[in-house]
Design a binder for this molecule. Structure first.
Ligand SMILES: Nc1nc2c(ncn2[C@@H]2O[C@H](COP(=O)(O)OP(=O)(O)OP(=O)(O)O)[C@@H](O)[C@H]2O)c(=O)[nH]1
Ligand SMILES: [Zn+2]
Length: 311
């Protein structure tokens, strides 16, 4: 499923065409088309998100004004979620964002706008919760060096690439080829610039999806999956600017810090690992782990608190 917009799901159907006449020895070529579908009633309230693999029935011709039905959603290998944040009606319900992704690409400008480590931390926790890998993609390296930011994230073992407009994207492509990557980042960080450089006809693909759904050309606010020329997919998430993490437990965050877990055995029950009772301070002071790791853990735990939607 490559896009969803107000109850209309755009699905990519791949069929192996049988060469006509049966005499042709040419290898059958997969034929792909976009088919717009709605959710079959029997799926009830089950959500379908971009990245889902679905079974569709009915009119699957993809002709204008046809509508197929999605009758089944295949089991997911991963699910990126976020809690509702301040910009939503705050019902505290977690929302699925993208299914079956392999990696979350956190796009951050080195300047204009300045990097926001708390935002990066949030994304890292969301990716950890979804059990998908992360890649830090630092843009606008022509404006500022990456060193300061990397000193924060290299100790966490987060892989990174540094890019700038018009520069080489080889390092980034190496990470993206053959995988399903979700791109997230704030407005202005250069995400569209990247997507257009990676997928030469990205604009056309998006407006084609919009045309197929009859939603106008530039109205897409949902995630859209775009195929990379080298193989693999990038999923652009224009509508997802932030990740509320209220649904993620302290334990899940801590699980991202295997080197610190042993230090928590003497913590009081239900320790938030942020208060004065936490045993981690003394344990780290004894030299069992790098203090920077404890700082990082606390930063991540702190990011679970709601913060102003202006960020
Ligand atoms: N100096 C510099 N400017 C860049 C670079 N990449 C993008 N920009 C500029 O930054 C501005 C924002 O880039 P976009 O690609 O539109 O950013 P975006 O993240 O897609 O922003 P939204 O469209 O608001 O989501 C544009 O004026 C770009 O030309 C870069 O590497 N260096
Ligand atoms: Zn503790």
């Amino acid at each position: 499923m490559v896009a969803v917009d107000r109850g209309r799901y755009t699905t990519l159907v791949e069929a192996v065409a049988t060469p006509s006449g049966g005499r042709s020895r040419k290898k059958a070529k997969p034929v792909r088309r976009l088919v717009v579908a709605m959710k079959a009633r029997e799926l009830g309230r089950k959500g379908i998100v971009v990245g889902d693999r679905v079974a569709i029935v009915g009119d699957v011709s993809g002709e204008p004004d046809t509508l197929a039905r999605i009758v089944r959603v295949e089991p997911r290998t991963s699910m990126l979620r976020r809690s509702a944040d301040d910009t939503d009606d705050t019902d505290g319900i977690e929302r699925p964002v993208v299914a079956n992704a392999d990696q979350l690409v956190i796009v951050t400008a080195l300047a204009e706008p300045p990097p926001r480590p708390r935002m990066i931390d949030r994304m890292l926790v969301a990716a950890f919760d979804a059990d998908i890998e992360t890649l830090l993609c630092l843009t606008k390296s022509d404006l500022a060096p990456p060193d300061e930011l990397l000193s924060l994230y290299e100790p966490l073992g987060v892989p990174h690439v540094v890019v700038h407009k018009g520069g080489s994207l080889e390092g980034l492509r190496d990470h993206l080829t053959g995988r399903i990557s979700v791109l997230v980042g704030h407005s202005g960080v250069g995400k569209s610039t990247l997507v257009n450089a990676l997928v030469p006809d990205a604009n056309r693909a998006v407006s084609h999806v919009n045309a197929v759904t009859g939603r106008g050309r530039h109205t897409s606010t949902s995630a859209v999956a775009l195929e990379l020329p080298e193989g693999g997919w990038i999923i652009d998430t224009p509508g997802v600017r932030s990740f509320g993490l209220a649904h993620i437990s302290v334990e899940t965050v801590l699980a991202g810090f295997p080197d610190l877990i042993e230090g928590t055995v003497n913590c009081p029950k239900g320790c938030t690992h942020r208060g004065p009772d936490c045993a981690l301070d003394a344990w780290v002071a004894d030299g069992h782990a790098d203090p920077a790791r404890l700082d990082s853990l606390r930063r991540l735990l702190a990011t679970r608190d709601p913060e102003p939607s202006t960020e």
